[in-house]
Design a protein around this ligand. Structure first.
Ligand SMILES: *Cc1c(COP(=O)(O)O)cnc(C)c1O
Length: 420
């Protein structure tokens, strides 16, 4: 909901937030998650919350399918087909058709597979393009693609504007992240896809911070390839496998870089030479991570009946409310995330030059969990399925308290762990 429909920022009270919750069609979804009490969880963009039925599902897979079924479960429990059958269940969340999505490995691995396959579809071209501020693994993987295929790279500072300057008929592939992990800024996926296609190049979209947060329609946009995490907004669990999308029109020609036995047309013929499977299965590599996949499958039960437009409305309402309260209470704090709804995902990032890390630590001590991104950003993710407006109001009030009292300057809040 655009913030224009809400009262003027300074006038927003907790009662107003509670009022917004009364009209929330997704309010009952919160009960589908096992969240600890006393915690307001604003880090679902990094690791999604635990669905209430996942533990029982994993136990069932371990005890019945693995323990009792043993190797028979490859057939009897549909294990061998899980990468594609679960991919088909995820497909509606990204606007893909059945047969276009594979669940496999990590986002980093899938990005490598998709980008090499895309570049090989444009063999006469020698340049790959990406965003200088992209998530580091995306840039590192792109370096690996360059080394493997002998390509050069052009990086742009602002993907919403800078593409035109670098696109020409030497560009094979453009790799873009739809929602920026630092700023929460969202790109215009259909428009940029069109722009890339105008010079005959292909696009690989990274949807890590989009899937389960904003509605996506890869088919309508004519996207070529996409990858994304399932452990962020989708709540698949720590290390749940990634997804890889390859538009059906590219599948017959696509040559993935890693020709593992499970991507073979007839893996159980055990022939010495490689022949790729038809369709998306040719992107399979080795044995799928079935226990992690079971966590994702459990979370997809929740997603099956979520109205993605209602999800988006609530997401904008939550992020809008947070920005309004922060702006009213902490007018000196820089809000990095774009205000305009078309340009933001489901997170809000705030800049504090001296205190971003310890402020986040002080919030965590008070049960408000967000995270810190170097050098000076505080990042708050808003998962519409399990957060209420009252949570958001309370989180913003806690932040205002931590910042205005200066409690974050205490020594014990400055200690950094391995993961920030
Ligand atoms: C979280 C994230 C990743 C993570 O990659 P993994 O291989 O799953 O560790 C990649 N790209 C972006 C944009 C991300 O936000």
């Amino acid at each position: 909901m655009p913030s224009a429909e809400q009262p003027a920022p300074s006038a927003i009270t907790r009662a107003d937030a509670v009022g917004l919750d009364r009209d929330d069609p997704l309010a009952e979804c919160r009960g589908r998650f096992a969240l600890p009490s006393g915690v307001i969880y604003l880090d679902g963009n990094s690791l999604g919350a635990l669905p209430a039925h996942t533990a029982a599902r994993l136990t069932q897979v371990i005890e019945n399918e693995w323990g009792a079924g043993l190797i028979r479960s490859w057939n009897d429990a549909g294990w061998f087909d899980k990468p594609t059958s679960v991919g088909d269940r995820l497909a509606p969340l990204i606007g893909a058709d059945a047969g276009e999505v594979l669940i496999a490995e990590s986002t980093s691995t899938s990005l490598y597979s998709a980008t090499v396959a895309a570049a090989r579809l444009r063999p006469e071209r020698a340049t790959v393009v990406s965003h200088a501020g992209n998530f580091p693994t995306d840039l590192y993987i792109l370096e690996a693609v360059q080394r493997s295929l002998g390509l050069q790279r052009r990086l742009i500072e602002d993907p919403s504007r800078g593409l035109a300057e670098v696109l020409d008929d030497d560009v094979a592939v453009v790799v873009l992240t739809h929602v920026d992990y630092r700023t929460g800024r969202m790109l215009d996926l259909p428009a940029l896809t069109r722009q890339v296609h105008e010079v005959g190049a292909l696009v690989v979209w990274d949807l890590c911070h989009s899937v389960g947060a904003v509605p996506l329609d890869l088919s309508a946009a004519g996207a070529d390839f996409a990858v994304g995490c399932t452990y962020k907004y989708l709540n698949g669990g720590p290390g749940s496998p990634s997804f890889l999308y390859c538009a059906r029109r590219h599948q017959a020609q696509a040559e993935p870089p890693l020709s593992g036995w499970q991507g073979h047309a007839r893996p159980f013929d055990f022939t010495p030479d490689y022949q790729p499977a038809d369709g998306i299965s040719r992107f399979r590599i080795g044995t799928p991570q079935l226990l992690s996949l079971a966590g994702l499958e459990a979370s997809l039960d929740i997603w099956a009946d979520v109205d993605l437009l209602a999800l988006r409305r609530k997401s904008l309402s939550l992020t809008g409310l947070f920005m309004d309260v922060v702006e009213a209470r902490l007018p000196d704090l820089e809000i990095v995330t774009p205000r305009s709804p078309e340009q933001r995902g489901s997170q809000v990032s705030l800049r504090h030059r001296a205190g971003a890390f310890p402020i986040v630590q002080a919030l965590i001590e008070r049960g408000v969990i967000g995270d810190f991104r170097a050098p000076d950003l505080m990042r708050f993710g808003f998962a519409p399925l399990y957060l209420s407006h009252a949570d958001v109001w309370d989180a913003a009030a806690t932040l205002a308290d931590v910042v205005t009292t200066g409690v974050w300057r205490e020594d014990r809040l400055q200690q950094r762990g391995t993961v920030t």
